[in-house]
Design a protein around this ligand. Structure first.
Ligand SMILES: [Zn+2]
Length: 198
């Protein structure tokens, strides 16, 4: 019978994406055995995330400053804005500097099934950014899932009246493909071959 402390930690870990109760228990045992080495490093990393990271109020990125490093970087192309579902997608696109403009994180995708409505996503703040002007192109870099594409079309409609070019990633993307699982070559190709949303 595990102690209460171990049980609490196991439950906390099992709520992480991709970790069920069984792998959470295995991770806890692994950490207990390496209390002096790996656990200390993990605690420090967690504390650094807790104390040092904030959400950028402009784009939704997670960084040590607000505005984030990308929004504050004067070398970034102000005229290009790339809209992504989640921060992990932003990181995937930015890892290889595939996109030279700035980003806007929606915080999810529209989903009738999960009850995610437009007002649950950062769509209002996206329209505000476009409305303020200075943006020539909005790249809709949603995942190649049904919900991702529904979201892209919804946003394209909302932006229709603004003088911006609206493009989306080329459909070289595998159907059902999630951006942060793709290799850099595939992502670069999808971005280079981007086309007006139809
Ligand atoms: Zn930002």
């Amino acid at each position: 019978m595990a102690s209460q402390e171990i049980e609490t930690l196991t439950q906390a870990l099992s709520r992480l994406p991709g970790l069920g109760p069984r792998s959470a228990r295995r991770a806890v045992l692994w950490l207990i055995k390496r209390r002096e080495t790996s656990l200390v490093g993990l605690l420090e990393a967690l504390a650094a995330v807790r104390d040092g990271l904030v959400e950028c109020t402009t784009c939704g990125n997670v960084d040590t400053s607000d505005p984030c490093g990308i929004c504050a970087d004067p070398r970034r192309d102000q005229r290009g804005l790339c809209v992504v579902e989640d921060v992990s997608d932003l990181w995937a696109l930015d890892r290889a500097r595939l996109f030279t403009g700035r980003y806007h994180v929606l915080g999810g995708r529209l989903s009738a099934l999960e009850g995610v409505r437009p007002e649950d996503l950062a769509i209002g703040s996206l329209i505000d950014r476009v409305e303020r002007g200075g943006i020539d192109e909005v790249v809709l870099a949603m995942n190649a899932t049904l919900e991702g594409q529904t979201t892209a079309h919804y946003i394209a409609e909302r932006l229709e009246t603004y003088p911006v070019r609206i493009t989306q990633l080329a459909h070289g993307l595998p159907v059902g493909g999630e951006l942060d699982y793709l290799d850099e070559g595939t992502l670069a190709q999808a971005l280079r071959a981007r086309r007006p949303i139809g």
